[in-house]
Design a binder for this molecule. Structure first.
Ligand code: VGL
Ligand code: ZN
Length: 194
């Protein structure tokens, strides 16, 4: 594949936060491996003047998704805590647009489009195609890509910049298949840079 990334494209980095890295409260296996790869995408996006968006899982302390409230997950990404900070080493430019999600106690939201201004901002900036990477493949990346397609955006799924939780073996691969079936095109840095 040879594609030209440029005008009308934007980079969307999903939930690359400390709690989702190995050692974090909800560590994704090899989650840290996405950081250097995303840094290459960030540098390329900056060189081409593309907008960069970064979502954050940004939960209140008593969020419904936490086990203590009857939810499925350990406490993670509590707004303003060190675990909710972006991964150390992720070279987000100061003008990256940060999208906080799942900020309400009563509702979880895996998608960066859910309850946020993301779709409107992308349209306002003329974005038609998204390069999506981050964590985790089988939750927030999947849900974000689904919504992106529903909202009418083209999607490159950055295969080398995603990792899965894999609560059940194969979840990550199933998620990738579902995203491709929804029209996302899987790509690597080398393919997009060609
Ligand atoms: C996520 C589980 C719970 C994610 C967020 O960012 O993929 N996963 N909250
Ligand atoms: Zn969460």
């Amino acid at each position: 594949m040879s594609v030209t990334v440029g005008r009308n494209d934007a980079l969307l980095i999903v939930d690359v936060q400390r709690d989702f890295l190995p050692g974090g409260n909800l560590g994704v296996p090899e989650g840290d491996a996405v950081v250097p790869v995303l840094n290459r995408y960030i540098a390329a996006a900056r060189a081409k003047g593309l907008p960069i968006f970064a979502s954050r899982d940004w939960h209140p302390r008593n969020h419904c998704s936490f086990k203590a409230q009857g939810g499925p997950w350990p406490e993670h990404c509590v707004a303003g805590t060190p675990g909710a900070a972006f991964a150390e080493g992720l070279q987000l430019p100061s003008d990256a647009r940060i999208i906080d999600k799942a900020t309400r106690v009563e509702a979880d939201a895996y998608s960066a489009f859910s309850g946020t201004a993301l779709a409107g901002e992308l349209r306002r900036r003329g974005v038609q195609r998204l390069l999506v990477g981050g964590l985790a493949t089988d939750y927030c990346v999947l849900s974000t890509v689904r919504d992106a397609r529903r909202e009418g955006f083209e999607v490159f799924l950055l295969k080398d910049a995603i990792r899965a939780v894999n609560v059940n073996p194969g979840d990550g691969e199933r998620a990738e298949r579902e995203m491709r079936d929804a029209g996302a095109v899987a790509a690597t840095y080398e393919e997009l840079a060609a």
